[in-house]
Structure formats: structure tokens, C-alpha cells
Design a binder for this molecule. Structure first.
Ligand code: PMP
Length: 326
């Protein structure tokens, strides 16, 4: 018989899939690391499990404890699945720009969800950073995950995602392109691939309204770069400890409109029903065209599933209202 002891045994070992029509103009092979095959439908299951196991191991998370996190949804899903199997409670603090589907899904797997306003400064007491920290202090036997600065986030990708990409490409990967939020994916995969071959180029996909690209290029944290944007899952108005700028060769910024349009195009032209950051990531790959040669093997990572965006990027009324289509 061939089975997993519980759902957590199905995390990782996701497929690699060739992208065809959307990259016809590029000279090289483009492969997608297809993370929606994880049980929570996103890459974040990997780091959620790693963060919980590391916190259990050093006593930060105790039996019957409450897991508290500010999460845009996917990390919450991963934490909730592990919490169900391992017997913890979950409270998630989420910003109000996130889709309603994401909140409903978290409640469906037993989590309590607290919604906070997006358009306040990170140090405002109403922000989701502040509210999650306060709840962690006030709740007995609580553990505040802090995925932004928690080193287990990056470690999960160094231990699993990076080695899988290396093996699935027989060590032929030349470029890795991925959206950056907490930075765990790019830093963990990036350091593993550079350890195996220092010539592999690591590119981050950023949003307009986020600080990463300017900071990487100038070393300046420029508050003028910060303004509200629509793209979900990537870009930040803080510098998380998990972004290892030293392993990143460059950033490219993708507009909200392009991210939305390419999310639709992945579904309609490749049969890849994926989340908004996948649209941003594939548009980022296209923007980097001049960096690729025919013999290159470009790996782009797709973080999450399209079902979480049916009311937005997959809804024509929403696309029209945003002015993204006529
Ligand atoms: N895309 C989606 C949909 C996400 O949820 C996240 C996590 N915030 C990212 C991309 C960025 O990944 P990371 O946090 O590892 O940088």
C-alpha cells in the first residue's frame, strides 16, 4: 500500500510543467514549479510546517497552544492544516484588501479570522502587524509565528523547494524567477541554487507600491515607493528579515493591470488556473527577455491556486471596474 500517515505527508514534491504559448517570444525553455499541488493549494504549506516543527522543537509552541499570525491567507491555510493534525488552535489577522474567498477558506479549516484595515501605517495600532503582535501578548499559551522574520520560512525552501528544482532540471536551471513577499521562497531557493551553481541568476518579481526593487538597487528604503496596490501576495512596505538581498541578482516590477491580465492568460492559454502572483511572475519572466539565451532553463515558481481569486481577476465585471479590460 502507498499512502501518507496524514495530509502533511503530501506537502512538497510538486510537479514541474513547461510553459508553451505565453513564452513563444522567448528563446529558452521556461518551466513552472507548480506549487498548487500542495494540500493547501500553495507553496506556503512547506514553510508553515517547517515553522511549526521548529517552534515545537525548541519549546516556543507548546501542546494545546494557539498559533497567531498576520497572514494574507496562504500561510494561514498551511498553518491551519498542520494545526488540525497536531492539535493547535489558530487565530489569523488579515488585511481587508484580501479576497473574501481567502477569509472564508481559513474559517472553513477551523481558524478564527480577524480583519484589519490595509491603508494604515505598519506601526499603527490597527495595522495587521500591530494587531497580531497584541493578540499574541494577550492570548495565554500563544505563539506568534512572524513569517516575515522567522528563519524557518527560508529554511523550508532551502531544504525542499530548492533541491526539488535542482533535481527536476538535472542541475540545468540557469535562472529562477519568483514573486517576493516575505522573501522566504526567493531566499531559500536562491541560496540553495547558488550553492549548487553560483552562476544561476535569481530574479525577484516586485509590485509598483513596494520597496524591494529600489532598496536592492540603491540600498535606500524609500517611503515614496510605498502606495496601495492591487496585486496580492507580493511586494511589501517593510524589509522582512527573510529577504536575503545578497542572493538576488535583480528585481523587475509588474503593474497591477499586467498581473491581472496575465493571471487570466495563464488560465485561458496554458490551462493553468492560478493566483494573481503567478500572473505577475510570468509577466516578470517576459520582461526579462533580454537576459535569456537559447540554451537557458528558466524556472518560474507559481505560488497559489486560482480559486482564491474568482471574485477578482477571474471576474469580468471586476476587471472592467478596475479598468483592466474594456
Ligand atoms: N504569492 C502568493 C500568492 C503568496 O501568498 C506569497 C506569500 N506572501 C508570495 C507570492 C510570496 O512568497 P514569499 O512570502 O515566500 O516571498
Amino acid at each position: 500500500m502507498d499512502y501518507s500517515e496524514n495530509i502533511l505527508g503530501t506537502i512538497g514534491n510538486t510537479p514541474m510543467v513547461k510553459i508553451n504559448k505565453l513564452v513563444e517570444d522567448l528563446p529558452c525553455l521556461v518551466l513552472a514549479k507548480y506549487e498548487t499541488f500542495n494540500p493547501g493549494n500553495s507553496v506556503k504549506d512547506r514553510m508553515a510546517l517547517q515553522m511549526i516543527e521548529d517552534a515545537e522543537a525548541d519549546g516556543r509552541l507548546k501542546p494545546g497552544g494557539t498559533i497567531i499570525e498576520g497572514t494574507s491567507g496562504n500561510t494561514g491555510m498551511g498553518l491551519a492544516l498542520a494545526a488540525i493534525v497536531k492539535g493547535y488552535k489558530c487565530v489569523f489577522v488579515i488585511s481587508d484588501k484580501q479576497s473574501k474567498e481567502k477569509m472564508d477558506i481559513l474559517r472553513a479549516v477551523g481558524a478564527e479570522v480577524v480583519v484589519c484595515p490595509t491603508e494604515v501605517e505598519p506601526d499603527d495600532p490597527r495595522s495587521y502587524y500591530s494587531v497580531s503582535k497584541r493578540l499574541a501578548k494577550e492570548t495565554p499559551n500563544a505563539w506568534y509565528v512572524n513569517q516575515y522574520d522567522n528563519p524557518s520560512n527560508c529554511k523550508a525552501h532551502f531544504k525542499t523547494t530548492g533541491p526539488e528544482i535542482w533535481e527536476q532540471t538535472d542541475g540545468k536551471v540557469t535562472h529562477f524567477v519568483v514573486g517576493v513577499g516575505t522573501g522566504g521562497t526567493i531566499s531559500g531557493v536562491g541560496s540553495y541554487l547558488k550553492m549548487k551553481n553560483p552562476n544561476v541568476k535569481i530574479w525577484g518579481v516586485d509590485t509598483y507600491g513596494s520597496v524591494f526593487k529600489k532598496y536592492h538597487e540603491t540600498g535606500i528604503f524609500d517611503e515614496k515607493e510605498i502606495y496601495p496596490y492591487v496585486t496580492e501576495g507580493i511586494g511589501e512596505d517593510i524589509l522582512p528579515a527573510n529577504v536575503n538581498f545578497g542572493v538576488i541578482d535583480g528585481f523587475t516590477k509588474v503593474t497591477d493591470k499586467d498581473a491581472a491580465i496575465y493571471t487570466q492568460r495563464l488560465a485561458k492559454e496554458e490551462g493553468m488556473f492560478l493566483g494573481n502572483s503567478a500572473g505577475a511572475a510570468i509577466k516578470g519572466v517576459l520582461q526579462l527577455k533580454e537576459h535569456f539565451k537559447p540554451e537557458d532553463v528558466v524556472v518560474v515558481l507559481f505560488h497559489d491556486h486560482g480559486s482564491r481569486y474568482v471574485g477578482k481577476m477571474f471576474n469580468d465585471d471586476w476587471m472592467r471596474k478596475m479598468g483592466y479590460v474594456d
